[in-house]
Design a protein around this ligand. Structure first.
Ligand SMILES: [Zn+2]
Length: 83
């Protein structure tokens, strides 16, 4: 059954509850969800990884893309994803 990946909009052969075409897109989705605005308490203990992601987000935004789109495009070009 063909499904559409919500991260990179590629069609892929989806099995069962699989939502994403690849682990990369799944990870990207998790990262995006993790960086949504959160209660202030968490702000004090931000892991460094998040600020790195913020930097990537800022870089992606400067190109008019979301971080997820940028990663998806990078992934597609590196892995020559066939649709
Ligand atoms: Zn994908």
């Amino acid at each position: 059954m063909l499904k559409i990946c919500p991260i990179c909009n590629q069609e892929f052969e989806g099995h069962g509850n699989r939502k994403f075409c690849s682990e990369t897109c799944k990870d990207t989705d998790e990262l995006l969800n993790r960086t949504k605005p959160e209660p202030e308490i968490l702000f004090e203990e931000r892991p460094r990884r998040e600020s790195e992601l913020d930097a990537k987000n800022a870089k992606a935004r400067s190109k008019g893309l979301t971080y997820g789109q940028m990663e998806a495009m990078k992934y597609a070009s590196e892995h020559r994803v066939e649709v």
